[in-house]
Design a protein around this ligand. Structure first.
Ligand SMILES: [Zn+2]
Length: 247
């Protein structure tokens, strides 16, 4: 499994893309969150890494939660796949893998832009654009040869962290979360943990990650950082956009 970091910024970044990644799985590519400007995000970060991956190559998206910096690109992704991509109607709909709570509210978020209410056509539904797959806490899902497990965090809206394994190695992805001991212990099963950092109460102050045991800190790389993040305040290393984690 290889993990290309597409963005490391927080919701308010002016210098980066929002936190997201593209996973090269055994059977294809999996997008991990889908921020705004997804077409540009993909082009620039894959270009930096030397990966030749187009939006057409991506059929699977894991969504951690419905804040715009994590799902704001779904409209452009869905429209591209449904209306722009040249596939003569034979393309499968992209698959979204997310929590039940996020799946239940997703169309509420997308419908005002995507339901075709202003046309003579029948109203579109979420399922005209996406094939929905539910990630249940405590269960294992299979996504393109990866085993995906989720855990709910204490972010202000339903949000999941992830353990993603190819059978040899495991990636831990915190999702947006305040610091929570049980969450970091769950993530510690992974070989590499990509953890967010930001201001409480919705996010994890860097001081709390600095206080973790050394062996755990050695696994952690940082994302979802404010533009003025001072990396001299921690020995933990921020990820870079275009960086590839080879697990
Ligand atoms: Zn969030």
């Amino acid at each position: 499994m290889r993990v290309l970091i597409l963005g490391i910024g927080d919701a308010f970044t002016r210098s980066h893309f929002n936190t997201s990644a593209l996973i090269q799985a055994p059977q294809g590519y999996v997008l991990l969150d889908c921020p705004a400007l997804i077409h540009r995000v993909l082009r620039e970060s894959t270009g930096r890494a030397g990966w030749d991956v187009q939006l057409d190559d991506i059929q699977d998206i894991i969504i951690t939660h419905l804040h715009g910096d994590h799902c704001g690109g779904l409209e452009a992704f869905g429209f591209w796949q449904a209306h722009v991509r040249q596939c003569d109607g034979t393309c499968a709909r992209p698959r979204i893998h997310t929590s039940r709570a996020s799946a239940e509210r997703m169309w509420e978020r997308l419908a005002p832009a995507m339901d075709r209410a202003g046309t003579a056509k029948p109203l579109a539904t979420l399922h005209d654009y996406f094939d929905m797959h539910i990630l249940e806490p405590g269960a294992k899902a299979e996504v393109l040869g990866l085993t995906v497990q989720c855990r709910c965090t204490r972010h202000p809206i339903p949000t999941i962290g992830l353990l993603i394994s190819d059978g040899r190695t495991t990636l831990g992805w915190s999702g947006d979360t305040p610091f929570e001991q049980e969450h970091i212990e769950w993530l510690s099963q992974a070989d590499v943990i990509v953890h967010e950092s930001g201001s409480a109460p919705a996010h994890t102050p860097i001081e709390q990650l600095n206080a973790l045991p050394k062996a755990l800190r050695a696994k952690i790389r940082l994302v979802h950082l404010p533009d003025d993040f001072d990396d001299s305040q921690t020995a933990l290393r921020p990820l870079r956009e275009g960086e590839v984690l080879a697990l």
